[in-house]
Design a protein around this ligand. Structure first.
Ligand code: ZN
Length: 146
């Protein structure tokens, strides 16, 4: 009986050491590059799945978005740029233009209206407009010079 108790104690201490090491390994701060790479890959897969299953199982796609957001906080990485406008920043639900969200251009801003909670995400595009204007101006100048 005593032997079993000692054994159990020993086992517990080993477990404690392992969990302590794990805690150090996964503490706050920047992750190694290979981890971040895998996390980004996984986020991409989750969002692709979410898009695929939105029409048949919308609750599943919301869950996938939740998992991807958790990954991004855990590994200190941004959501891939391709998917940044595909979930609501307020209610964290997957947005599918034409089904539960509308996209409009108002006052040099992309307005993404979430049909689930009514939140409006506004993304300005002044920079793109400026670049376009400059390109046009330069092409006219070039033509005049010739
Ligand atoms: Zn929303």
């Amino acid at each position: 009986m005593v032997f079993v108790l000692i054994c159990a104690n020993h086992f517990n201490s080993i477990l404690n050491i392992i969990s302590y090491k794990r805690r150090i390994f996964l503490s706050r701060g920047k992750r190694p590059k290979w981890m971040i790479k895998i996390a980004i890959e996984r986020m991409n897969i989750l969002f692709e799945r979410a898009e695929m299953e939105f029409i048949t199982h919308p609750e599943r796609s919301n869950r996938y978005v939740e998992l991807a957001l958790k990954l991004s906080t855990k590994y200190n990485t941004k959501i891939p740029e391709k998917w940044q406008r595909r979930y609501c920043k307020k209610c964290k639900k997957f947005l599918y233009p034409g089904h539960n969200c509308t996209v409009r251009l108002i006052n040099s801003e992309v307005n993404i209206f979430c049909g689930e909670c009514g939140h409006v995400m506004k993304i300005p595009y002044h920079k793109e407009k400026k670049l376009k204007r400059r390109a046009k101006y330069e092409s006219i100048k070039k033509r005049n010079d010739e």
